[in-house]
Design a protein around this ligand. Structure first.
Ligand code: PLP
Length: 502
């Protein structure tokens, strides 16, 4: 076992300390009575004034013995006292630094290597974004409004910038992810029809190539999902759509370019058809990257949309958060947006701020370069590999494309290829999505990678195709160089081991 595989508690040595404070020059005293009375009415964490100890109190705002989080505490005169010693690890500063630095190296991130995860736009997150956010670290959601005029200015700027980029009228910044934005947008769609007394509109049309969150959000919103088929060329089949339209249609959800990386060229006709039947168009903006600053969903005819700031606008994501999925609407829906537009608890401000830094850094002109570069990178990889990987749709793609496994699989699956890539220091592409192809392997290089990185990825993908022919077992058992090998996926899901020690 490498020493850094240990828990920080196992590195602990009694009495070892990472820092020492200068003597304050006054005697130690106990916390004054009443100093740590809970604030009334809100649950959470409060610190015990006068000592380094941290305690919790219940939602009722009162301490009580039945409160689970109060185990190990004793209440006297309304003051909480710990009964046991706080068991924090006792380690030196280098121990702490090495422990967490080494832990961070056991994971894969866009700062450690190429991350061509299709549909996720894992572009590099410029560090200037972090510096900008650091200026706002002291903000508190409850501080007086007059002290946060700058924050309001940023929300206003972002509202204007995103409206200009997308052709929408206004945005709400409350939703904290793409899927959250979809649900918000669909609720706006439903409310729009509701306020017009148009109560029969309960259906939402979703293409069979859609991201899984689209039908999931529609279901959560209580709407009925109707699937429209794609044609063999991967685009929505307009002829299949026509008979689905009628007075019961609330709207259609579309991604453009779609999840196959293909631009829906019939979007104008689709918009006219859906509007003619009284429905609205929802734009899943997760694939906005290739259109940035050039093509606007509003001009295509969309009425509601979300953006994934954590994808298109370079803010860090992965592992489930944090994200930001602002929802924009056309003029007719503006009265349905929440007010006030900014408040103390308004979305993930740190993420919105990073996106703001990114937009300002690139500016109107340079932001237009992201899409063409991402598109060039994707097509370069696609054309360089299409002799060893099956390319089901032969067309110029936008920022991403989908292979359907190896051209000569020899029993090697897309999962095997993905696992083997980790051995070579690359994150895997998205696999088994979209569902249209059984061995789907979806590559999105983004605009931030150099030609050398793309070439290195292409070399490795070709090498893996060769290995599949010569030594398929090597691939079935990959990865071989990672901290964890290949877990049994069913066992990992059904009987997850969540504790380091059993
Ligand atoms: C990522 C993605 C979503 C969901 O966004 P989250 O921020 O992960 O909730 C929806 N649609 C598409 C096409 C996506 O790529």
């Amino acid at each position: 076992m490498r020493y850094y595989d240990k828990l920080i508690f196992e590195l602990s040595k009694p009495g070892r300390i990472g820092f020492s404070l200068p003597h304050a020059g006054c005697p130690w005293t106990a916390a004054p009575a009443g100093a740590c009375r809970p604030r009334q009415g809100s649950g959470g964490t409060t610190s015990v004034v006068g000592s380094e100890e941290i305690g919790e109190f219940c939602d009722s705002g009162k301490f009580s013995d039945s409160c689970d989080s109060l185990r190990g505490w004793r209440s006297r005169d309304g003051v909480l006292w710990r009964e046991s010693k706080l068991e924090l690890p006792e380690v030196s500063e280098p121990d702490v630094v090495r422990h967490y630095t080494n832990l961070s190296q056991m994971n894969f991130g866009v700062d450690t290597g190429f991350y061509p995860l299709g549909s996720c736009t894992m572009k590099y997150n410029p560090k200037i974004n972090e510096e900008v956010v650091a200026q706002f670290n002291g903000l508190h959601p409850l501080q007086p409004a007059r002290t946060v005029e700058g924050v309001k200015a940023i929300y206003d700027f972002m509202d204007k910038a995103l409206a200009e980029i997308t052709g929408m009228k206004h945005f709400t910044f409350l939703p904290c992810a793409g899927a959250h934005g979809e649900l918000t947008g669909l609720m706006l769609m439903r409310e729009y029809h509701f306020r017009r007394g148009d109560l029969a509109r309960t259906k939402v049309i979703v293409p069979d190539s859609a991201h899984g969150t689209n039908p999931a959000s529609a279901a959560v919103c209580g709407l009925d999902i109707v699937v429209v088929k794609s044609r063999p060329d991967g685009l929505v089949d307009v002829e299949d759509l026509k008979p689905l339209l009628g007075p019961d249609v609330a709207g259609i959800m579309m991604t453009n370019p779609n999840t196959l990386g293909l631009f829906e060229r019939d979007i104008k006709e689709i918009a006219e058809l859906v509007h003619a039947c009284g429905g609205l168009l929802y734009y899943d903006g997760a694939n906005m990257n290739p259109l940035l600053g050039v093509v606007r969903p509003g001009d295509m005819g969309f009425d509601i949309m979300h953006l994934n700031l954590h994808k298109t606008f370079s803010t860090p994501h992965g592992g489930g958060g944090p994200g930001s999925g602002p929802v924009g609407v056309a003029e007719a829906l503006v009265p349905l947006l929440d007010v006030p537009r900014t408040s103390g608890f308004h979305g993930n401000f740190g993420i919105i701020l990073r996106a703001c830094a990114y937009i300002l850094m690139l500016g109107r002109e340079n932001i237009k370069m992201a899409g063409p570069l991402a598109t060039l990178s994707a097509n370069y990889i696609k054309e360089s590999l299409k002799d060893c990987y099956k390319l089901p749709i032969q067309a110029v793609c936008k920022h991403e494309f989908v292979f359907d496994g190896l051209a000569e699989p020899n029993g090697v699956t897309t999962l095997d290829v993905a696992k083997r890539l980790l051995d070579y220091g690359f994150h895997a592409p998205t696999i088994y999505f979209p569902l249209l192809f059984h061995q789907a392997l979806m590559v999105e290089p983004t605009e931030t990678e150099s030609l050398e990185t793309l070439d290195a990825f292409i070399d490795v993908m070709r090498k893996i195709a060769q290995e599949a022919l010569q030594d398929p077992e090597l691939l079935h058992s990959a990865p071989h160089n990672t901290p964890i090998g290949r877990p049994d996926e069913t066992t990992a899901a059904r009987q997850p081991i969540l504790k380091y020690q059993n």
